[in-house]
Design a protein around this ligand. Structure first.
Ligand SMILES: [Zn+2]
Length: 264
């Protein structure tokens, strides 16, 4: 069974030590992850995005290359086999439609991330999981993978319809794929009553579902879900680490990234 661990939201404001703390246990055991990075993060906010300082939520864009510490850290992870993925361009509503600005900035965004990773960027992760048909077509033309969460059965049927009549997404035959995600299980915004133990139990159940069927599983996180405020580590991280320790011992479990999934 192949498992892809995906982390979203690294950007100009991200402190590398947060990613490191969230995945220390994975890295210790040689588990590589796929990291969604936003090249030109817009200063925006809400209670959820504790990573973006309140006084910088002015709609400006912040280029991730200016966070040298993060870029150096991501470069190291990439060198050890983790994957750098494109997580939107601005991480705002403009990323949901194929606007002029999106198209204009797309190639430059890939360049920014390739400067960081030193490798081709092959996977797109849409912010807020908002995907229009024209974005899907665009990403498919760029010959990239896409990974996102389908919110309900209606969206899933819509995707199947689009794919059958318009997209013809080449599932496995030319090595690019749509990787759907069901949930952010270790996340505080789920209906699991912000309860880390419940998240853990739910994750074990979900794991079991895919394990018994030997199906690939995308496990998506936000590194900031493992922390409370600036420095507080949340109990979520203990359950996350415990979960990783259980599943990495299971026979036949293999941790891969999106792009090396394609090569097999
Ligand atoms: Zn995001």
């Amino acid at each position: 069974m192949k498992i892809i661990i995906r982390d979203d939201d690294a950007n100009f404001f991200t402190k590398p030590r947060y990613i490191e703390m969230g995945y220390l246990n994975c890295f210790k055991h040689g588990i590589r992850i796929s990291i969604g990075v936003t090249p030109l993060q817009e200063g925006f906010g809400g209670e959820v995005r504790t990573d973006i300082p309140k006084n910088l939520r002015s709609g400006q864009y912040f280029n991730v290359l200016k966070n040298k510490e993060l870029c150096g850290y991501l470069r190291k992870l990439s060198g050890k086999g983790s994957e750098i993925c494109l997580h939107g361009i601005f991480h705002n509503n403009k990323d949901a439609r194929l606007s002029k600005e999106f198209i204009e900035k797309f190639d430059n965004s890939i360049e920014i991330l390739e400067k960081i990773s030193g490798k081709p960027v092959k996977t797109y992760i849409p912010p807020f999981n908002m995907v229009s048909r024209d974005i899907l077509e665009f990403i498919r033309r760029k010959n990239m993978n896409i990974s996102y969460k389908v919110n309900d059965n209606f969206h899933y049927l819509k995707l199947l319809y689009w794919n059958k009549f318009f997209l013809n997404w080449p599932h496995l035959n030319d090595g690019r794929k749509i990787f759907l995600v069901k949930n952010y299980i270790f996340g505080y915004r789920l209906s699991l009553k912000k309860n880390p133990k419940k998240c853990f139990e739910h994750a074990l159940k979900e794991f079991d579902f895919y394990y018994r069927r030997n199906k690939p599983w995308v496990l998506a996180n936000h590194y900031w879900d493992f922390f409370k405020g600036e420095n507080g580590i949340s109990p979520m991280i203990d359950y996350w680490n415990k979960f990783i320790d259980i599943i990495r011992e299971k026979k036949g479990v293999e941790f891969v990234t999106f792009s090396d999934y394609n090569q097999k």
